[in-house]
Design a protein around this ligand. Sequence first.
Ligand code: AMP
Length: 315
Amino acid sequence: MPTTSPIVEQSPAAMQRRADAWRASGKRIAFVPTMGALHEGHTTLMQNARRDADVLVASVFVNPTQFGPGEDFEKYPRVLEQDLVRAGEAGVDCVFAPAPAVMYPAGYATYVHVEGITAVLEGAARPGHFRGVATVVTKLLNIVKPHVVYFGQKDAQQVAVITRMMGDLNIDTTLIVVPTVREPDGLAMSSRNAYLSVQQRREAPVLYRALQLGEQRIRQHAQQRREAPVLYRALQLGEQRIRQHAPAAADVIQEMRALIGSASSGVIDYISIADAESLQELHGPVPDGAVLISLAVRFGTTRLIDNILIPRTRS
Ligand code: AMP
């Protein structure tokens, strides 16, 4: 399919007029919000969204309100021209790329705060981060007016926060989550990978190996339980025994720490095994409900995150 350059809108009012016109002519609008420096993770979201829409909008906006003091807001890569080419190739019709002063003009005073699930994991490590994310996503949804919006599983807590926010605020847009896109060696694609030195890049795939190790430990136990149906049926005691031997989250985390420590110079910010919905940490035996294993590790000044979601029905 021949690719054309996307239309670029920089003004919220112009973007809203365009969205209104699309809606008035019965077009279904899909939307992929990004901070730019587009890679295959982003373009996979766009390709998925493309199939689901008459018009596809992406935003490229490095949102200042989601960066804390001392974080990488200034040095975050900004390559709009290159992004427009990639977005065009991925089927994007329109890129919304506003300036910070347009999104947050003088006197700006309104923020969206999602309680509870923003207090843990990334929210605990980056105070104010999700306030910025929830605020900008609300603004972007009001500006682009999409029927459907796409987010990546790479940012698992972001998905949880936005899902909660959209439900709580009755936002009339469908949210679709796309699985994490990885490099061939397992490293989750991220605009921040560009900061890594050659040596750090060599070590970084251990994050995914550690997550896989955690997943394996937790799934192994479920497997053992499934292989012992007679115990379930005949002896409640049997089930109880096996339950007692569910891997303790703390032990699994310890193994993951040891792996990362032995294979890299990465400094662990956190490794978490949590209930996938509430994001509350598990410490004792891992139950059979949906579980999110997630981590954040620093390589020098570069902070990488990754996760594996284990659904309720384990195979
Ligand atoms: P960002 O530009 O980092 O804010 O990301 C924009 C969107 O792309 C978010 O929904 C991310 O979760 C998603 N995303 C980023 N990296 C990946 C990846 N490796 N796989 C899937 N989605 C991703």
